[in-house]
Design a protein around this ligand. Structure first.
Ligand code: IPE
Ligand code: IPE
Ligand code: MG
Length: 247
């Protein structure tokens, strides 16, 4: 049965976020070094981006490198940073062809110079595209983001541009790296791990979580469609009871 045709295009999530996990274990399974897994993960990035754009999803956020990932062996970190430069340089054309805008969230100023430059160039060169926004989370962690937001708001309060008694949820949303981007309605994590690993803690308050055992390099369009179908079968109650929901 064709999975894509089972998707209701009227009920798509506006924003899907993905924790791309399992590259290392995939490589091990193939008797190869971890970096081989990361390289093969690029195909899954391409397929998922294409699938999301073709369906008409507006925002796709991919967790590519966490703040905690700096703690990996130096060689793996530098290989990942090089792979990022290579992939960005290679894929920008495809993003433009597909009218996809690139954005980044995370403490990107702390990335190595070449990675930072390639990223900024990619963002600049795709800034006018408006079919879908691809958000790369790079040197990102939710606790970093929330700490930065708290710092911004504290400064505003100190300077007198924000009254602490008037502080509301919108102020916090606007102070996050995802400012202007709707919260993800669906969060996918591959590789069988059931944890959030410091990703988008504020934004996923009401996201549907979808965990699959598939390792990231094996994740393809059909797997993405499956996640969307699963999402569409769920009843999102937002605290209400079933009978209160408008069909
Ligand atoms: C995800 O795969 C990619 C990054 C975190 C950069 P992993 O490298 O975490 O793969 P596993 O979890 O060790 O298998
Ligand atoms: C989360 O994966 C970060 C990314 C996918 C970039 P990890 O593999 O780093 O997470 P943990 O260590 O299993 O929690
Ligand atoms: Mg992992």
């Amino acid at each position: 049965m064709d999975l894509k045709s089972q998707i209701n295009l009227e009920k798509l999530p506006k924003h899907v976020a993905v924790i791309m996990d399992g590259n290392g274990r995939w490589a091990k399974q193939h008797g190869k070094p971890r970096v081989f897994g990361h390289r093969n993960g690029v195909t899954a990035v391409r397929d998922t981006t294409e699938a999301a754009a073709e369906l008409g999803i507006e925002y796709l956020t991919l967790y590519a490198f966490s703040t905690e990932n700096w703690n990996r062996p130096k060689l793996e970190v530098s290989a990942l940073m090089r792979l990022l430069v290579e992939t960005l340089n290679k894929e920008i054309q495809t993003l433009n062809k597909n009218n996809i805008r690139l954005k980044a969230i995370g403490d990107i100023n702390k990335l190595p110079g070449r990675t930072h430059d390639a990223l900024l160039q990619g963002i600049e060169n795709t800034a006018k595209n408006d079919r879908m926004t691809l958000v790369l989370a790079l040197n990102y962690s939710a606790k970093w983001e929330l700490t930065e937001a708290a710092r911004k708001l504290a400064k505003a309060a100190k300077e007198g541009t924000l009254d602490p008694d008037q502080l509301n949820e919108q102020h916090i949303s606007n102070a996050l790296a995802t400012q202007g981007i709707p919260d993800p309605e669906l969060l996918i994590r591959t590789s069988g791990e059931s944890r959030i690993s410091n990703f988008l803690l504020w934004q996923i308050a009401y996201a549907e979580l979808y965990f699959t055992d598939i390792f990231w390099p094996d994740f393809g369009k059909e797997n993405f469609y499956q996640a969307i179908i699963d999402f569409q079968r769920r009843e999102r109650r937002f605290g209400k009871i079933s009978e209160q929901l408008i069909p």
